[in-house]
Design a protein around this ligand. Structure first.
Ligand code: SAM
Length: 272
């Protein structure tokens, strides 16, 4: 099943639009801003988490293109167009890079088609990531992605929106089994601090969207079973291969993180 025909409902908050609001975007409604403000109030680091996540994603795309021959990306739960979308970062380094954006939100489809599909190297498809077979066999994916060549599969801030009973590990396993050796997997994920702040945020997400699962590093590692997790491992997103010129570092060369910046993890893994 795809979600091509579903329509935008401005009366219900959407994950994509709340996230857009936190990133300072304009593609959101009052109902999204209301829930976004609950996050800003109860989890004051929400905005920092969103930006830390985007920055890690941007660095990962750059690293993949610069250090591997991979030129094709599947961006799962891609979100509304924002600054530095995956194809823009990849094509900055390698203009021939191709990206399939996948999201379930009808607004992402409309805005994505208008803003991201500038040429034959980017497509936006409306398929549920919990249906990986549907994503892989979608005609646009089949046309754009050469599955005999390594692929970068991007799970940026999406697996925490897949509940345990929806088998997030099975989704990653599906992709692992269906891409060639040498393919890369990027994951960013709400990182459980096992503290009242994350428990409260988890509650708000579950009440609003029926999903939103903070996982520990061990739980995130188990999602990447069978893959080789590359340096520096599963770490808070700001510490994932940081751009040392862009963030404040102390004299010992360490980055002082706020409590909030610990709450989003990033990792890059490779299929052996
Ligand atoms: N990947 C982007 C990033 O890291 O900046 C956006 C992340 S945003 C927090 C999560 C996105 O996943 C939203 O756009 C939402 O619509 C999408 N999403 C949530 N559940 C999904 C599902 N089951 N299938 C496809 N997309 C989904």
């Amino acid at each position: 099943m795809t979600y091509e025909g579903s329509s935008i409902d401005p009366s219900k908050p959407s994950i994509a639009r709340v996230y857009d609001y936190l990133l300072g975007g304009k593609d959101n409604y009052a109902v999204d801003r209301e829930i976004g403000d609950v996050f800003k109030r109860d989890l004051p680091g929400s905005v920092a988490i969103a930006f830390a996540n985007r920055a890690a994603l941007t660095r990962a795309v750059g690293e993949i293109v610069r250090t591997t021959g991979i030129r094709q990306f599947i961006d799962l739960g891609s979100g509304l167009p924002t600054a530095d979308n995956v194809h823009q970062v990849a094509q900055r380094h390698a203009p021939e890079s191709r990206v399939i954006y996948v999201d379930i939100d009808p607004q992402v489809l409309v805005h994505g088609r208008a803003l991201l599909e500038k040429d034959e190297r980017t497509r936006v498809v409306a398929v549920d990531v919990r249906n990986p077979e549907g994503v892989r066999t979608h005609p646009d994916t089949a046309r754009m992605i050469d599955f005999t060549q390594p692929v970068a599969v991007m799970f940026s801030a999406i697996l925490h929106h897949v509940n345990d009973d929806e088998d997030p590990a099975g989704i990653v396993r599906y992709w692992r089994e269906n891409v060639p050796s040498g393919s890369y997997f990027f994951v960013s994920h709400f990182r459980s601090g096992d503290n009242p702040e994350t428990q409260e945020a988890e509650k708000v997400l579950q009440q609003t969207f029926g999903r939103g699962r903070w996982r520990t590093d061990a739980e995130i590692a188990s999602l990447l079973d069978g893959l080789e997790i590359l340096d520096p491992g599963i770490v808070p997103a700001p510490l994932w291969r940081p751009d040392q010129t862009a963030t404040p570092w102390n004299d010992s060369g360490e980055r002082q993180l706020t409590v909030w910046e610990h709450l989003i993890a990033a990792a890059l893994a490779r299929k052996p």
